[in-house]
Ligand binder design. Sequence first.
Ligand SMILES: Cc1cc2nc3c(=O)[nH]c(=O)nc-3n(C[C@H](O)[C@H](O)[C@H](O)COP(=O)(O)OP(=O)(O)OC[C@H]3O[C@@H](n4cnc5c(N)ncnc54)[C@H](O)[C@@H]3O)c2cc1C
Length: 357
Amino acid sequence: MARIVLAGAGHCHVEVLRQAADLLDAGHSLTVISPDREHIYSGMAPGILAGSWSAAEASLPVAELAHRAGADFLQDRVVSLDPVGRTIQCALTGSHHYDLVSFNLGSETVVPAGLSGSIHPVKPTGNLAAVAALLQGERASGVRVAVVGGGFGGIEIAANVASLPGCRGGVSLYAHRFAPALPERSGRMNYLRRVMVERGVTLHLGEQVKAEELDADVVLLATGIVPPAVLGELNLPLSGDGALRVDEFLQVVGHQDIFAVGDCAEFTPAPLPRVGVFAVRQQAVLIHNLMVRAGGARQGHAAAEGLRRFTGTGPYLQGMNLGPGRGLLYRGPWTVTGPLAWRLKARIDHRCTGRYR
Ligand SMILES: Cc1cc2nc3c(=O)[nH]c(=O)nc-3n(C[C@H](O)[C@H](O)[C@H](O)COP(=O)(O)OP(=O)(O)OC[C@H]3O[C@@H](n4cnc5c(N)ncnc54)[C@H](O)[C@@H]3O)c2cc1C
């Protein structure tokens, strides 16, 4: 029997828990380590700010999934790893032995130098539930909100906050550039700029933001994401920006019993954008390979025999929630905007979270 540890409860690991029966029936044990009993699904996080759905509706019930599956849930945070001794260390519960371990620890918001104080990074997404409660509170009328970061996350956050009656006209977005992933002269860019005008969001572009210059009661940081700093404590190979380097089988390079998926991994055959879509695409390969290695580890197999390669690196559907009735969906040459895009994105996201309830 192999002792399998899932570190973090990102998009891949919740699916491992949902499909845990095969691993458990084969006699293996499964433990998931997560600081939170519930984890807010990032695709639905901006909609919590606008009150389109509650934090509970947007949450993945990690502890409950583990309980239902018959897996162990450890409410804790991974702090380091000893790959030679095969132990994983946690902040509260100490060391745990593993035969196989998989990391799905997500990413953290970049906090620019000079910005500190009462700021709310958009990752971890749990931060947004607290901000939503503040902005939707009875006394929230006339609140001034600054969003720092002009990527898709910052634009979604600004548009959703600005749709709240109490924040109307009081939302500013600060960024070097607005939607840098899109060509300046494109229908998609025009649509995003039009929504900013409609929502009354004031753009401050090209400026190096300093905390003391932000004229706001609430500051939300959407300044890009980086792999979590804890990865540097795992004694494993890292990419230039600090992600775990994985091969085509999602195994950490040089470590056949250590897997990494989602934002915390760099897929070395073809580095991928840090979006949840790829973590979702990696689910089936991770589950298969854990099952194969759990058997192989038990029998002392060293080779990649029976493992599946991850090949889902192709184009994906980009979706943006720009507040009630406004959305942008595109893939290749295909674009949908407006209420239909908002409804489609909401339906896709609800389908994703619904399967875990
Ligand atoms: C505002 C916003 C909107 C977004 N919208 C979309 C979207 O619509 N579609 C899309 O594809 N992507 C979207 N993204 C990107 C998306 O957030 C990430 O790509 C996605 O969450 C990555 O998933 P993951 O499975 O790697 O990790 P996550 O879903 O981030 O999960 C990581 C888990 O690890 C846990 N963890 C962290 N550190 C530790 C530790 N030390 N020990 C134990 N557990 C730990 C966390 O608590 C969390 O539960 C959005 C991002 C933002 C900021």
